[in-house]
Every structure is written in structure tokens, then in C-alpha cells.
Design a protein around this ligand. Structure first.
Ligand code: AMP
Ligand code: ZN
Length: 493
């Protein structure tokens, strides 16, 4: 269904700093690129928030009936420590420390990334290209930028000439900076090495003899610059200009600014129509980051094995927590916030049970059509998921009133209510009802408690074969037992 024809979607475009009507280049089709993870360690919950924001956006665009080609890359080379221009490649460093092949590092953390995203019920992107799979495309772009005189080679490395580019273009248009200000702020720094200006950035870096990740090029053995990878992969699959480019706010400068400069130098046109930036997840008020250690892994939350939270929280609850904030707002993770989300999530899921049991009448006291449009209005307003959730709870209130006989609902309206709740809760927000299909959760808890009791008996009789069997078979069903000082508890993943 081409719902997009009757809905007016607006998005906040970081490039213009305004909310704009969304019009794709080709009617009915959308090309969307999101910078993927650098796979040198386990994905933390902050990374997940950015990817989840774009999963929700992808889901809504599909729900509106657009055919979306969603490209999210894997950065498996070229991303240097501290996002800097000099230093060790993050993946090569991990490989050196663990004495394994760089591609083993890449494999391990790509698998981890997919497993975590699966637990969070992400939809897979349409294409997931790797940087190392697109070296030839990157070399071709560099050759062309060199020919145009907007890059220069020094000792086997190639740098983008920001000053020269800025003479006819504007370097800094996305982040709202001026090159002159950047230059005056960096005047003190003398250690710019081979670069003509500190603002110049590497398109290609010479590989020193000890550098293990290396590819032949017209300038000798080397590896691509991090910014160039995204330009090569996005334009290869989405064209010289495409609709949406997304990523975390922290990538706006220099990463996305450099992407714009390279693409404009190479293709002579702006690469992206709408730049969307997702805001950061913080922990204790500070940005969650791998480098500072201020982070938590999703599995540590799902298992409850961490020092920050009082108990385990399921992926669906964490997803609901994330969806309760607008994707452009900072969101702080805390125990209280997760506990509140757990209650809210349960209330929402329980309403589906209630819905099934509602009795129908001849007429309806609640304007379902208007309510349904207000759900669309929320999402049309730059994917405002918290306002959508408020609308869903508005429906929950009516559902409870109907159950208590204080309001009425007609048959067709009930069908529309169920269909709309389903579409927004499961298809658009991507929540899963882990309670669905397993009946009454209190009954399940009772049954698991009986099994925990039998396992405890087996353990006191030193019958470890039986106790392990109970634990393992429950785990196969997605029920994980956790032994603590107050006895054994369980979580459903
Ligand atoms: P990386 O693996 O470091 O390249 O980061 C992958 C994605 O996670 C990027 O889009 C980052 O902007 C995003 N990201 C990193 N830290 C956070 C955070 N604390 N909150 C939200 N997104 C983040
Ligand atoms: Zn990127």
C-alpha cells in the first residue's frame, strides 16, 4: 500500500538545520545509507541506539509503502585510533594484541554485531558491504580526485586538499564551520606531518612495513582512509546522489563533512539530500564509548551480569526504553529508567491480551480513525516515537475502559484498533511480545519455579547430570537460570 501518498512526512535535515518535507529522488523509492560499526570489539549499547534509531526509521519508511534500499556498511579497515589521521588501525591493533589475523577480529565482531541486533529484533539491511571488499572502487575515486587537482600524493599517501576544495566549495557546510576558523584554531599545532594543512585528510595511507592490512595501489602498498570507504560504498549502491545518509551525531565532523567534500570533488554534485543524525546514549551523564570504558554491553544487561543494574532486562524492554526518546535527543541509561520502561512495556503487551477478549457492541465511544491518524502524525513529525508511544497508551486507556464496560467498541472499529496497534507496536517500533505464544506469564513462572525446585533437589543429591540437563534444556528454550546468593532466578531471552 502506498500510504506515503496520503501522509506528509517531515524530517530534520542536519544539512539545512530545518525540518523539511521529505521527497525522495524517485517517487516510491528510497536510498538510505548508514555508517556501520567498526568491528574491532563488541558492539556497546550506545552503538546499538544509533543503529536502532535507523532500524525504526527504515521500518516506518517501509510501512509507508516505500521500496527502501538500505545500505549499512561494516568498517573492517582504515579506521585509525581516536578517529585520527595518524596512529594504528583499530582492527590491526586488536589483531596484534590478540595475536590473531585481522580478518579473525573482523569475523568475531561482525558475528557478535549480528547476534546482538537479532536479539533486538532488527531488520537486516538490504546490502551490508565491507570496506575491504571495495578497495578497487576507492582507488578509482582517488585517481579521479588527484586528476582534478583536489588531492596530492606524498611518500605513498594521498591527502585531500581541503584548502583548494574550499576555494570553490564550502568545506564545513554540514557541521556549520568555516575553514578560516578551523585554521586559526589549529595555528599552534605544528605536527601536521606530510599534510599541507592540518585540515587535509587521508584518502590513502602508505602502509609501513609492520602494517599487516595492506593493498597494492598506484602509490604503493597502503590502505584506504576511513572517510573514503563510506563514499565508495554509498554511491556504488545508491548512486551519485541519494536520499538519506544517517549515523551518530559524533560522526558529523569530520567523517560526514569529509564524505561530502570527497563526493562533491569526484562527482561534482552533493551526495545526499537528507542528512539524519541520531543522538548519543549516555551512562551516568557521560557519552557511552568504547575508548573511555564508560559503556555496557547489551548481553551484560540481558543476563543481569553487571554492576550497574539491579536486575536483568530483556532486549524488548531495552528497545522500548530507547524508543521512548526521540532519536535526536540525548538519552541517559539508568536503573530507574529501565524499570519504568519494563512496567510500560508490560502494560502495552498486556493490552494485546485484553484486546483479544474485548466484547463488541453496536457503536464505538472512541474515534479510532482520528486516533490512528494521530499515530501517523507523530511518526510523520521526524519519526517522533515518544509521541507515538503516548498515543499508543491513549489507546490502552480506552481498551481498559472497554474491558471494564465503561466504554463501547463496534466490531469494525475493534478490528481497526487491533490492526493499527499491531502495525505501530510490532512493525514500526519493532517491539516483540515475548509473552505472546507462551500463554500466561504467571503460569510460565510457576512452571519454571517447579523445575528450579527439582534442579535444587538434584543438586543436593549430587545428581549433577540431572541438574545440568534441566538447566541446559531450559536454556535451549530461551530460559536462562541464574544462581545467586538469594537462590535461583531466571530470565527469558
Ligand atoms: P563505531 O563502531 O565507533 O564506528 O560506531 C558505530 C556507530 O555508533 C556510529 O554511528 C556512532 O556514531 C555510534 N555511537 C558511538 N557511541 C555512541 C553513543 N554513546 N550513543 C549513540 N551512538 C553512538
Ligand atoms: Zn561512514
Amino acid at each position: 500500500m502506498q500510504l506515503y501518498k496520503s501522509q506528509r512526512l517531515q524530517v530534520y535535515n542536519s544539512l539545512t538545520g530545518k525540518k523539511e518535507d521529505f521527497e525522495p529522488l524517485n517517487e516510491g523509492y528510497i536510498g538510505m545509507y548508514v555508517c556501520g560499526p567498526t568491528v574491532y570489539s563488541n558492539v556497546h549499547l550506545g552503538n546499538c541506539r544509533t543503529f536502532m534509531s535507523f532500524d525504526m526509521i527504515f521500518r516506518y519508511l517501509r510501512h509507508l509503502g516505500y521500496k527502501v534500499r538500505y545500505v549499512r556498511n561494516i568498517t573492517d579497515a582504515g579506521h585509525l585510533e581516536n578517529d585520527a589521521e595518524e596512529g594504528e588501525d583499530k582492527i590491526a591493533k586488536k589483531a596484534r594484541l590478540e595475536q590473531i589475523e585481522p580478518m579473525e577480529v573482523v569475523q568475531r565482531y561482525t558475528v557478535d554485531f549480528h547476534e546482538i541486533l537479532d536479539k533486538f529484533n532488527f531488520l537486516p539491511p538490504s546490502i551490508e558491504p565491507t570496506a575491504t571488499g571495495h578497495i578497487i572502487e576507492q582507488i578509482e575515486i582517488i585517481k579521479d580526485i588527484l586528476e582534478k587537482g583536489l588531492a596530492y600524493e606524498v611518500n605513498g599517501s594521498v591527502y585531500f586538499d581541503v584548502n583548494k576544495f574550499n576555494q570553490e566549495n564550502h568545506y564545513g557546510k554540514l557541521s556549520g564551520r568555516k575553514l578560516e576558523d578551523m585554521i586559526s584554531n589549529t595555528r599552534e599545532l605544528t605536527a601536521q606531518g606530510e599534510k599541507r594543512n592540518p585540515q587535509d585528510f587521508a584518502l590513502w595511507k602508505r602502509a609501513e612495513p609492520q602494517h599487516i592490512m595492506r593493498w597494492p595501489s598506484p602509490w604503493g602498498d597502503g590502505f584506504p582512509g576511513w572517510h573514503l570507504e563510506c563514499t565508495a560504498m554509498s554511491t556504488k549502491y545508491l548512486g551519485e546522489t541519494f536520499d538519506i545518509h544517517g549515523g551518530g551525531m559524533d560522526l558529523k565532523f569530520p567523517h560526514h563533512e569529509c564524505e561530502i567534500a570527497q563526493a562533491e570533488a569526484h562527482f561534482g554534485c552533493p551526495p545526499v539530500r537528507y542528512w539524519l543524525h541520531a543522538n548519543m546514549l549516555t551512562l551516568n551523564g557521560k557519552k557511552m564509548a568504547k575508548s573511555t570504558g564508560n559503556n555496557i554491553l547489551p548481553n551484560e544487561i540481558f543476563s543481569g551480569e553487571n554492576k550497574i543494574f539491579s536486575k536483568a532486562f530483556s532486549p524488548a524492554v531495552v528497545r522500548f526504553f530507547m524508543m521512548q526518546a526521540h532519536y535526536t535527543s540525548i538519552l541517559d541509561l539508568s536503573n530507574d529508567a529501565l524499570e519504568a520502561s519494563e512496567k510500560g512495556y508490560k502494560r502495552l503487551m498486556d493490552s494485546f491480551e485484553t484486546l483479544k477478549k474485548l466484547e463488541v457492541s453496536d457503536n464505538t465511544d472512541f474515534d479510532i480513525g482520528r486516533w490512528k491518524q494521530s499515530c501517523y502524525d507523530a511518526m510523520n513529525d521526524d519519526f517522533n516515537s515518544p509521541v507515538l508511544i503516548a498515543q499508543l497508551f491513549e489507546a490502552v486507556k480506552h481498551i481498559n475502559q472497554i474491558r471494564e464496560g465503561k466504554e463501547k467498541i463496534g466490531k469494525a472499529d475493534l478490528e481497526l484498533l487491533i490492526e493499527t496497534m499491531h502495525a505501530f507496536v510490532f512493525d514500526v517500533l519493532g517491539l516483540e511480545n515475548k509473552q505472546e505464544g507462551i500463554g500466561d506469564s504467571a503460569l510460565l513462572a510457576g512452571v519454571v519455579d517447579v523445575l528450579i525446585g527439582l534442579r535444587n533437589d538434584a543438586r543436593s543429591n549430587k545428581d549433577f547430570a540431572t541438574s545440568d540437563k534441566i538447566r541446559d534444556q531450559l536454556l535451549d528454550l530461551g530460559i536462562q537460570l541464574k544462581d545467586g546468593k538469594d537462590g535461583t532466578s531466571f530470565i527469558i531471552s
